[in-house]
Design a protein around this ligand. Structure first.
Ligand SMILES: Cc1ncc(C[n+]2csc(CCO)c2C)c(N)n1
Length: 222
């Protein structure tokens, strides 16, 4: 299956995100508070755009059940993945609602968001956009499962963040994979290559997003 191949190809990227300081900080429960704050400021805006991009997929799909599922996801994302984000805000001792007021599209999140929009407007088939979006649940699920496997999170205040992404992603990933795998059966080699590139690039965007947060990346810091 095409999506299975994609997932195999990005294993080293996920492994490297796991070893980066943001995820290591989650694992050891010592992630610096400023990184969490920067992440939340960027991510609340990223999620707003992610919800809008879901809405751009709807006219491209012909699958009532799938569309109903996406409507639920729009609601879920518009609520800012509430539980996961409140876990982070409580850990950092900050007021989530107040902090996200100051958010911006920093350079790396800006690039990621525009990568998804480009595909939504450039290609009529939903699969191009889906391949740019799918690493979002997939990378988080894989990181969370890998962290949970260690079995050393008892007493870690960020454990609920890990549990959240271990348990909530399967159904979404199932729909996204099914749409892409169906399209891939009749796609040309050139189209398959664009799908592959979109998926790989979004995994790299996920890495850059965590590092952006850890390094407090801004436009001023050029
Ligand atoms: C940069 C970034 N990437 C992924 C997620 C996780 N996430 C965001 S939306 C979504 C799917 C919901 O339908 C998931 C899993 C995040 N919060 N921030």
């Amino acid at each position: 299956m095409f999506t299975k191949q994609l997932k195999k190809e990005v294993e080293p990227i996920i492994e490297s995100i796991y070893n980066d300081p943001f995820i290591q900080g989650i694992i050891h429960g010592n992630l610096k508070k400023e990184a969490v704050k920067h992440y939340l400021k960027a991510d609340s805006l990223y999620l707003n755009e992610f919800a809008k991009i879901y809405s751009l997929l709807i006219p491209k799909l012909d699958d009532r059940k799938g569309i109903q599922f996406l409507l639920g996801q729009i609601d879920f994302v518009m609520n800012g993945e509430v539980d996961a984000h409140y876990t982070l805000a409580d850990y950092a001792g900050i007021d989530y609602k107040a902090v996200i007021e100051e958010g911006e599209w920093y350079p790396s999140s800006d690039h990621y968001i525009k990568h998804m929009y480009y595909n939504a407007y450039r290609y009529s088939d939903a699969s191009f956009t889906i391949c740019a979006m799918a690493p979002c649940p997939y990378v988080y699920q894989q990181l969370a499962l890998k962290i949970a496997e260690r079995n050393d999170l008892e007493g870690n205040p960020l454990k609920p963040w890990v549990d959240f992404y271990c348990t909530n992603m399967d159904e979404l990933i199932g729909h996204l994979d099914r749409w892409v795998d169906e399209f891939s059966e009749t796609a040309s080699d050139e189209e398959l290559n664009i799908l592959r590139k979109n998926f790989v690039e979004s995994c790299i965007h996920e890495k850059r997003f965590f590092n952006m947060s850890y390094n407090i990346e801004t436009w001023e810091g050029y």
